[in-house]
Design a protein around this ligand. Structure first.
Ligand code: AMP
Length: 281
């Protein structure tokens, strides 16, 4: 596994591989790797000749009040994990090379970025879209792999790749979960034992939505009320939002029919977690 910190070296490494006809797969992460990340790497290895993983905790997607400073970081452990997966390169850019003084250009994906997480994190997706565009320009992958856990993020990245004619295929893979259904997340390590136990209620609520709809429930307001009550029954969980939305536009829906995205964000103590499922045909 080649470790690359320099942006130009990364660019040239990928360019060389492509000039030899290799299909380059890219898995961008913020590190503190878990099985969710690893599932993306496994798929990238299946679909590509060369796999590049990046670890970069992107400062511009965190608001000043958010957890950039305390975001879980353990690059040493991540490197050991990655060695078992025989990836080709690990890209570890530094924040001052990615965003040097005088950096002025941002990528904003309208509409999608304002909904759901965008309401409580108004500058988050512009930070994500900007860093992903930069990473795509540096790594120049044929395929890039993202998790459905961050549903809104993968949709925004697909939109930006299409709108900006980026020559990359964005692949989305299913959410990997813990034994009790909690979506794997680097932030789960920040939960204390009580919070960790309570966090299972989030997927329980999403699963209830699926069961009720498959069982013929048609009243969306009643269903959302039940889900919110269920989550509310865990005193250590504070719901940020829970919506039923169109999976393509993220526009909230008024009734059940076709495919519906149930998405939520909740705080356990200071830790904010997100999850979602898509229900229906
Ligand atoms: P992060 O390091 O949290 O920014 O995530 C890097 C990539 O891994 C993103 O595409 C995430 O959507 C994906 N990811 C994170 N958690 C999971 C999970 N539990 N299952 C599948 N993919 C995930």
């Amino acid at each position: 596994m080649r470790e690359i910190k320099n942006l130009r070296e990364m660019y040239l490494y990928s360019l060389k591989a492509k000039s030899h006809g290799k299909k380059v797969g890219f898995v961008p992460t913020m590190g503190a790797l878990h099985e969710g990340h690893l599932s993306l790497i496994v798929e990238a290895k299946k679909k590509c000749d060369l796999v590049i993983v990046s670890i970069f905790v992107n400062p511009i997607q965190f608001a000043p009040s958010e957890d950039f400073g305390s975001y879980p970081r353990n690059v040493g452990k991540d490197k050991k994990l990655l060695k078992n997966f025989a990836i080709d390169a690990l890209f570890l850019p530094s924040a001052d090379k990615m965003f040097p003084d005088g950096f002025k250009t941002f990528v904003e994906v309208e509409a999608l970025s304002k909904k759901m997480c965008g309401r409580s994190r108004p500058t988050h997706f512009r930070g994500v879209a900007t860093v992903v565009t930069k990473l795509f320009n540096i790594v120049n992958p044929d395929l890039a792999f993202f998790g459905e856990k961050d549903y809104q993020q993968q949709l925004i990245i697909k939109q930006l790749a299409a709108d900006l004619n980026l020559p990359v295929e964005v692949v989305t893979l299913p959410t990997v979960r813990e034994f009790d259904g909690l979506a794997m997340s680097s932030r789960n390590t920040k939960l204390n034992p009580k919070e960790r136990k309570s966090a299972a209620i989030l997927y329980k609520a999403l699963s209830l939505a699926r069961r009720e709809i498959e069982g013929g429930e048609h009243d969306l307001n009643k269903l959302l009320f039940r889900l919110r009550s269920l989550i509310g029954s865990e005193p250590s969980v504070r719901l940020d939002y829970l919506v039923a939305a169109d999976p393509k536009t993220l526009q909230e829906v008024k009734k059940i029919g076709g495919k519906v995205l149930f998405a939520l964000a909740a705080y356990l103590g200071k830790t904010r977690l997100i999850d979602n499922i898509v229900v229906g045909e």
